[in-house]
Design a protein around this ligand. Structure first.
Ligand code: SD4
Length: 333
């Protein structure tokens, strides 16, 4: 599928050969073609790629910015805010499934082309953890702020304290779970909906973001890979950018997103790099057959790739040809 996409360089051809999603991104093709004639120093090949089906809507948000010659950093923040806003999403934002004590606790990280980065973890009652992460990056000398400190920081910087309340859907799921309280972070797709996003703008700059409510029914205080720079997401503007979704503990063990970027630095394509990182994860995690992990990456040339442990991982890719959902290749056949 990914190879087939590479042929679709021209908007006109793509329009007739390819079944676009009916997303707004497709309708922005024209805008981006105009921007293709920008003066020197501009690369008219913006691209955004993000995890799971909800990535389509998130990409729409990001593409509005990229196609108007906006910065990748703004695109990856605004893009995943769409997912954070969606209260029906059970693994991102305040609609997420709670920990085993009934608390929704949120993790997020962001990184830009200058290597600046910020994150929040174990954050409660704030709608847009990704924007708090960006504020950590831009307004503090720190990279990661957690828990009540992160909430205090958010409130001091104009974020609202949202009610402590599960959505009806999350509450029902939680009550069902409480009947057995059986905790196994398995590959159940409902427990794996984190949004990770990486993008390149028309200036050729890369940025990434990642935001999640983490694993459902986790121990209170548990933090996953998503807010940890280099694990859930990483950007090196000279090389590429990568992000991860799935059981964070397995990704943390191999510094997954950093590994993907380093493999691209060694010359591997984005897909090969994601595949090699999954192979490393398999080697370091004896429980690999029981969990799901997916990596996404783009390189400085604007090429993309993905690879997952198990069947079922999909990702959305938006560029000047449209916004499309792809199934990732995977390791466990
Ligand atoms: C975590 N990586 O907290 C996140 C969960 C996830 O798709 O990606 N779900 O471990």
């Amino acid at each position: 599928m990914t190879t087939r996409r590479n042929f679709l360089k021209f908007t006109a051809l793509a329009g007739s050969l390819f079944a676009f999603s009916k997303s707004k991104a497709a309708s922005l093709v024209e805008e981006s073609s105009i921007a293709a004639s920008l003066p020197d120093g501009k690369v008219a090949k913006p691209i955004v790629i993000s995890t799971w089906k909800h990535g389509l809507a998130a990409n729409d948000g990001a593409w509005k910015i990229l196609s108007a010659n906006g910065a990748a950093l703004d695109a990856v923040e605004k893009g995943v805010m769409v997912t954070e806003d969606d209260l029906t999403n059970l693994s991102v934002g305040l609609g997420g499934l709670p920990d085993r004590d009934g608390n929704v606790t949120l993790d997020a990280s962001i990184m830009d082309e200058k290597g600046r980065c910020g994150g929040v973890a174990f954050l409660e009652r704030i709608k847009h953890p990704i924007s708090v992460a960006r504020m950590v990056m831009e307004k503090t000398p720190h990279v990661l702020i957690v828990g009540s400190g992160a909430q205090k920081f958010a409130l001091e910087n104009g974020f609202n304290l949202e009610p402590k309340k599960l959505t009806a859907e999350a509450e029902k799921a939680y009550k069902d779970w409480l009947k057995k309280s059986d905790y196994k972070p398995m590959m159940n797709i409902e427990n794996h909906d984190t949004i990770g996003m990486v993008a390149m703008d028309m200036s050729g700059n890369l940025s990434g973001s990642c935001t999640t409510s983490g694993l459902a029914y986790k121990i209170n205080g548990r933090v996953g890979d998503s807010p940890i720079i280099g694990a859930g997401m990483y950007v090196d503007n000279e090389v590429g950018a990568a992000c991860a979704t799935g059981v964070g503990e397995t990704v943390l063990r191999i510094c997954g997103s950093y590994l993907v970027v380093e493999l691209m630095r060694q010359g591997f394509s984005p897909k090969e790099a994601c595949k090699k990182a999954i192979e490393r994860l398999v080697a370091k995690n004896p429980n690999y057959k029981e969990v799901q992990v997916g990596f996404l990456a783009i390189n400085k040339k604007g090429e993309h790739g993905a690879f997952a442990l198990q069947k079922g991982f999909n990702y959305a890719l938006a560029d000047s040809t449209g916004n499309t959902l792809y199934d990732s290749e995977y390791y466990c056949k």
